[in-house]
Design a protein around this ligand. Structure first.
Ligand code: UDP
Ligand code: MG
Length: 335
């Protein structure tokens, strides 16, 4: 199903947000200061990811005042990766898309960078991602853990995920459509963006501090995102568990031979409790670790096998009613 708008194609900006009422007016101002300078029509798709504050009513007001603003409200908070997917699905279902830009609502991704993204797209690239040259206003620990995560991903992932690059990027129409065909539920968008391939280009920018409000990512959520990223794009932890098992059993087997040999030649003089305990605890630890790794993957198979819709839409401002029904992929897009 395709949603027609006009014969002209637009640049679509997709913005997932949760509880961002404080920054929305400033975002609107700064975003359109840039969008108004562009030489192609622009539209914005906000996705309200179950906000509890005034975000939705502000978005409705924007949409009533400005035809270029559209908004979708999810039935509850589904998390940023899913909210972003909902926005990209809503845009991919339209036939007036030239390209789409994904950005955060808190102005940490400066709207001015969109001009640079657009220039690289015009050179013929399908995905233009914005890499953080510097991150302002974030703690040293956050910067350290983020840097460590990107480097671990680099080593483990089968699909190279660009370093220090968030979701802020531009997608061509075909990249957008390829992405909306990937329906896995535990989503690690940075990996999916890389997975689709095509011609990818980079621009650098300085990540600014939040314009207001608070980050909703605590270390628990970031850890879950990191585990999602690694398990979705790498089976190295499974192989690691296997090798750990092989090494531990080799060690245990040799040690067993040594104990038997010693008992045969030198006689058994009973002591051995410390070494016995050491071996039992070591093997127990290795087995639990391996089980944990297996569990992470099996849990993901279980989640996928339930085939639930990824998200549910509660309300929309102006986009087609079919999006209200379910959170599935756009059925079919006609040009
Ligand atoms: N966000 C969302 N759903 C959530 C959490 C965050 O849509 O459950 C949005 C948030 O409003 C913002 C973007 O995702 O537009 C990035 O979130 P945040 O600034 O909290 O993350 P950080 O920049 O600290 O990594
Ligand atoms: Mg932020």
């Amino acid at each position: 199903m395709s949603v027609s708008c006009s014969s002209q194609t637009s640049l679509w900006v997709v913005i997932p947000l949760a509880n961002e009422a404080e920054v929305l007016p400033e975002l609107y101002k700064r975003l359109f200061q840039t969008l108004d300078t562009l030489d192609l029509p622009t539209q914005v798709m906000f996705v309200d990811d179950g906000s509890h504050d005034a975000s939705w009513s502000i978005l409705c007001r924007f949409a009533a005042q400005d035809e270029r603003i559209h908004a979708v409200r999810l039935s509850r908070n589904f998390g940023k990766e899913i909210a972003l997917t909902a926005g990209l699905d809503a845009v991919a279902a339209r036939d007036d898309v030239a390209c789409a830009v994904v950005m955060d609502a808190d102005l940490q991704d400066p709207p001015e960078v969109i001009v640079k993204l657009l220039n690289r797209w015009r050179e013929g690239h399908d995905v233009v991602y914005a890499t953080r040259a510097r991150r302002e206003g974030e703690t040293a620990f956050k910067k350290f853990t983020a840097a460590a995560f990107y480097r671990v991903m680099e080593v483990l992932s089968d699909t190279p995920v660009p370093r220090d690059t968030g979701d802020f990027r531009l997608l061509s129409k075909r990249a957008l459509q390829a992405l909306s065909g990937l329906r896995e539920r535990r989503r690690f968008m940075k990996g999916l963006f890389a997975w689709i391939g095509y011609s990818q280009a980079q621009v650098c920018y300085v990540r600014e501090p939040r314009a207001g409000g608070h980050t909703s990512w605590n270390y628990g959520k970031l850890w879950r995102l990191a585990v999602d990223g690694i398990t979705a794009f790498s089976t190295v932890p499974l192989r690691f568990a296997t090798w750990l098992g092989v090494l531990a059993s080799l060690f245990a087997f040799s040690y067993g031979l040594w104990v038997i040999g010693k008992a045969l030649w030198l006689g058994n003089n009973v002591p051995g409790y410390p070494s016995l305990m050491a071996v039992i605890l070591f093997l127990g630890g290795v087995q639990l670790l391996a089980l944990g790794v297996l569990g992470e993957y099996i849990g993901r198979i279980y989640t996928e096998s339930k085939q639930r819709p990824m998200y549910l839409i509660a309300e929309t401002t102006r986009i087609a009613a079919h999006l209200l029904a379910e959170g599935g992929p756009p059925q079919e897009t006609k040009g």
